[in-house]
Design a protein around this ligand. Sequence first.
Ligand code: GCU
Length: 661
Amino acid sequence: MPDVDPAWLPPGVFRALGTRRTLIRGSGRLVETVHGEAAEACARFGGRVVRDSGPGDTTDDLVLELTGSDGSDGSEAFTYEREGGLTTVTASGQAGLLHGFFHVVRLGEDAFRGERARETHCPAVALRMVDHWDNVAVHPVMGQVERGYAGGSLFWADGRARGETERVPAYGRLLAACGINAVAVNNVNVHESEAHLLTDRIGEVAEIAGALRPYGIRTHLSVSFAAPVLLGGLSTADPLDASVRAWWAEATERVYESVEDFGGFVVKADSEGQPGPFAYGRSHADGANMLAAALAPHGGTVHWRAFVYDHRQDWRDRTTDRARAAHDHFTPLDGEFAANAVLQVKHGPLDFQVREPVSPLIGAMPGTRLAVEVQATQEYTGQQRHVCWLGPMWSEVLRFRPEGEGGACVGELARGGLVAVSNVGDDPFWTGHPLAQANLYTFGRLAWQPDADPDSVLDEWIRLTFGPEETSDPVRLRGGLHAVLDGSWRTYEKYTAPLGVGFMVQPGHHYGPSVDGYEYSPWGTYHFADRDGIGVDRSAATGTGYAAQYVKPWAEVYESPATCPDELLLFFHHVSYDHVLHSGKTVIQHIYDTHFEGVTEVEQAREVWASLADLVGPARHARVAERYEEQLRSAREWRDQVNSYFFRKSGVPDAHGRRIY
Ligand code: GCU
């Protein structure tokens, strides 16, 4: 393996399996992967792997058995049981066997103890995808990876595929080990060089697909809606034009000649300047269905993003509400999308803020396959310089029930998949901030099982990443890591934009505070603070009507400040600074208190991390310690700018007389 951090697969996690006798039954590409993994573990730890021995051989500890005739049924399910000292994993599909293998790896010694009745494990969500916003050529503003905080791209450098043979398979292996099965390899903002990946540069995509395939990962590509014009020389990209449809059908056919198991297209259309069907007076269903038709004969899927809004809004215009846009655009199209078209919806109505309500679009389109998109890359949550473990946020989203108790939850409604924007780059620690690895791992595990307890997932990540062979005191290290990670999202929320109001970031790069940074911009993200109060009135009675995009009970809960949860109050309502929250505090005092608390929590976390210096490798420790210095500097800046801003606007002093500038 290359010289990169082993992340959640250090050699020690294979010890339990590697010291035992494993029998593997079945054949195929992924079975070979399982065999290779088991053989490597046994070579290291002294165990033994045999293939396809007869039923009479009883000398095994572990049997991994493919039960389907050729394992090509695509099933990812597996069974697991332990009886009479024998651990058995069976699967009808090769991918199931691979996931079953990693299940045993995760269990470690527990996989070989006691008895365990047969359990069936099956992913709740069939498509579990990571979308890379990687540019093929360095973009003058966005760099190699748009919103990337982990160095360059894993896939691309200097305008072409890196052609590196080791890092991409190592990545695929990590993804498979946490349950991810799809990757989109290029930015949703498709610039010229990315556009060519679809046609004359498909060979570069095929190379990446070849490196990921042994881990059961299918490759997807972001494409430009204008490709027929840009690449095909046609005069139109009208989705109802016969020549355009023929062009896409042929281009797609050629893609499959190069990548036989190609997953499909990801499309950002009519969004932030990207081309789309509106230019031709066509609907987004027309656009998506055209691509779905091209993909259908080959078993591919189009992921059509619902991130469609007016990014040239006049800030003076209070009637337009960006939060409404996705629901307004897409609900009229429910039922019109083809079976292999998936509408990919950001989890919140705006843009991956530290706190947003769940998008009302999720649950409002029963006749459409939806995928829900979260952002592992920490664009608005500290850019991998701050510790911000997003597990609790994602879990809240996935457990949210748009129709209230008794209705389905988001994890169940995401029939078209769960997607995370990647937080990985060519950084030796993969994610820039070594602790940001926990976000990628947690995403994978929650995508497999959306109702999993995020704290247990984090615990699993800690146990795998920092086992007894990686540290002298796993118990103390585990306690320390929980102390710094468990509450880190809420800590981040405390010292940044308050009570769900969002943004207040520096325009463009989105790092660090600028309370009015977007207040007079065309981007539709405002807080409307004045001397009397703050927040966006999104009620139906007096505001933009956004709250009414929900059904009951949420439409009612969010409609009134009396019932709206505190953490979302300023997202839904404009209230005075002396408005009393459910917590009993006024809004202004809440702002002051949380900002002081947030900084204190970062100071404490930094101390905890310092105390772990003897337990983690020096490079990792130094990297995190250095980032804590920056997090603390930045958190203080946030605290002082936000508190001073609201003190100056409101004139209300802090009840505790703390320093405000
Ligand atoms: C955000 C982000 C952009 C990105 C966009 C998207 O607005 O700042 O860089 O392109 O989301 O999701 O398409």
